[in-house]
Design a protein around this ligand. Structure first.
Ligand code: RIB
Length: 300
């Protein structure tokens, strides 16, 4: 099986269940509060590891209890955390998440050590990059570092998968060249292109704009509706299995990880998408980020 390297964020999530999202100025009683390992990078590494992949996580945590707990959680599912730097004087990244009764969430992140992942730090991870086959990136560490790793990975001929979340408007045009897959949701695609991305036509148009910029494949996830694969040869919709969502946190991370794992197993793209969809359909029925990830035996 091919090796996956995730370069990205690690957060300790504080998740609060609420009856509805608070309105500006509203004081609301939460129903529960929990600490759950999270962070888009770490969630993807954890999911790929729990599903049976050969995975390494690179990033940074503080020398605090959250940092230690996050590394231990990854190691429990066989993820190597050798290139996770432990920094003193800066706290581990955190996320504050509210989840409403429909399972929707809103997230505030405090970068902490994720903001300290510099290109110079990533330069020390060359050996890990060289031995990886698939490199997974997100936008929760500094963009210049994501750019640096992406360029090195493309130079080395790796399969590069970018989950452009949180989406941003300041991504340089050249960033997109040579990326094998991007996986925005419809909101992120709209932010990246600066155009509406709601109808099927708008989604395909937005995805094609990303192809023009140099991305090879665009996978737009559409929550409970399914996902859309757009490349130079196809525009194909994959409907999602209908499930009752209790918490959508990290469902996209679970999809990305399972998709990457499918590719690592040498599967055809459609099979990898189906695997990603099955894994994320289970994740949304469970609470929390890494706590919601299934193992391979649960996926039929
Ligand atoms: O994608 C979900 C993740 O976003 C959460 O785990 C939180 O840490 C934020 O990074």
């Amino acid at each position: 099986m091919k090796k996956i390297l995730v370069v990205g964020s690690l957060n300790m999530d504080t998740t609060i269940e609420v009856p509805h999202m608070p309105k500006p100025g509203e004081t609301l009683s939460g129903k529960s509060i929990r600490l759950v390992p999270g962070g888009k990078g770490a969630n993807q590494a954890y999911a790929a590891g729990k599903l049976g992949g050969r995975v390494t996580m690179a990033g940074a945590v503080g020398d605090d209890s959250f940092g230690q707990a996050l590394r231990e959680n990854l190691e429990k599912v066989g993820v190597s955390t050798e290139p996770v730097e432990v920094l003193s004087g800066v706290p581990t990244g955190q996320a504050y998440i509210t989840v409403d009764e429909s399972g929707e969430n809103s997230i505030i992140i405090i970068a902490g050590t994720n903001g300290e992942v510099t290109p110079a730090m990533a330069g020390q991870w060359t050996a890990f990059l060289e031995e990886a086959d698939i490199v997974l990136l997100q936008f929760e560490i500094p963009l210049e570092t994501v750019q640096y790793v992406k360029e090195r990975a493309v130079e080395l001929g790796k399969t590069v998968i970018v989950d452009p979340a949180p989406a941003r408007t300041d991504v340089p045009e050249e960033f997109w060249k040579g990326i094998s897959y991007i996986k925005p949701n419809e909101t992120e695609l709209a932010i990246l292109t600066g155009k509406e991305a709601a109808t099927r036509e708008e989604l395909c148009r937005g995805a094609k704009e990303m192809l023009e910029k140099g991305v090879e494949n665009v996978l737009v996830t559409l929550g409970g509706d399914g996902c859309l694969l757009v490349n130079r040869d196809t525009e194909e919709f994959f409907p999602a299995e209908k499930v009752k969502a209790v918490d959508t946190t990290a469902a996209g991370d679970c999809f990305t990880a399972a998709f990457a794992l499918g590719l690592a197993r040498g599967w055809e793209v459609r099979e990898a998408i189906a695997f990603g969809q099955k894994a994320s359909a289970i994740a949304v029925t469970r609470k929390g980020a890494q706590s919601s990830v299934p193992d391979a035996s649960e996926i039929s």
